[in-house]
Design a protein around this ligand. Structure first.
Ligand code: 13P
Length: 257
């Protein structure tokens, strides 16, 4: 076992509206109760609802952290449609996702851009959740570890040891996202252990041991405990099940032990 503090993130993706974002936040706060004292919990609403969600969290005095799903590299200027780290910070955001598979696969973000976003996030003083994971094709071709290693090394290029305590790695096998298919605890543990060994190579044992590596891909109340019980699985990044306060609360409860 480890003394890494569990981390559970709710990635709301492009879901909710002004009203349901507020309701869901209240439900999440209620469902989690005082468990946030044992688990780092973050929610990642769509940009337009950051202030709404942040206001509810503040009003409830909640330790849940407000996160963002993406950012752009410049502080301000002529970048139509983009949002900067400074703007996010101004809205009360701490962690920012980078390299989510939907941005890699749907929007076409490559490792180099993901790395620039990771570095920008950290340079701006924010925390980063770097997402990696193989597609079904890559898995079938036996390339899972190779893909994860490439995405971790590329994503963390030029990230300094001093910045690493603000980094969480999310292993999200693309074939498990939104499909109801989950990696078996053994397969997920194996991938996490390999990712940790890449971190050891990059940053040494101490930092690798201290870095949270969380699992994402159809994590639900029914499978969370078994996944999180694995020695190298330090929590989860939850999509679908984070849109129901009670389900998300149960996953946090599983992480709280
Ligand atoms: P699901 O939990 O819906 O599979 O999504 C996982 C995910 O992509 C979290 O970032």
């Amino acid at each position: 076992m480890t003394d890494r503090r569990p981390y559970i993130g709710g990635n709301w993706k492009m879901n909710t509206n002004r009203e349901t974002a507020a309701t869901l936040t209240r439900d999440v706060v209620e469902a989690i109760g005082d468990r946030a004292s044992r688990v780092d919990v973050a929610v990642f609403p769509p940009f337009p609802y950051l202030l709404t969600v942040g206001a509810v969290l503040r009003e409830r005095n909640s330790p849940i952290t407000l996160g963002a799903q993406d950012l752009w590299l410049n502080p301000d200027g002529a970048f139509t449609g983009e949002v900067s780290a400074e703007m996010l910070e101004d809205c009360g955001v701490r962690p920012v996702l980078a390299g989510h598979s939907e941005r890699r696969q749907v929007i076409g973000e490559a490792d180099e851009l993901v790395n620039l976003k990771v570095r920008r996030t950290l340079e701006a003083g924010l925390d980063c959740v770097l997402c990696v994971g193989e597609t079904l094709e890559q898995r079938d071709a036996g390339e899972t570890d190779k893909v994860n290693e490439r995405q971790v090394r590329a994503g963390l290029a030029e990230v300094t040891p001093a910045q690493m305590p603000r980094v969480v790695i999310a292993y999200e096998p693309v074939w498990a996202i939104g499909t109801g298919k989950t990696a078996t605890p053994d397969d997920a543990q194996d991938a996490h252990a390999k990712i940790r060994s890449v971190l050891t190579d990059l940053y040494g044992q101490h930092l690798a041991d201290a870095t949270r590596i969380i699992y994402g891909g159809s994590m639900k109340p029914g499978n969370a405990a078994e996944l999180i019980a694995q020695p190298d699985i330090d929590g989860g990044l939850i999509g679908g099940a984070s849109l129901k306060g009670a389900d998300f609360g149960q996953i946090v409860a599983a992480a709280a032990g």
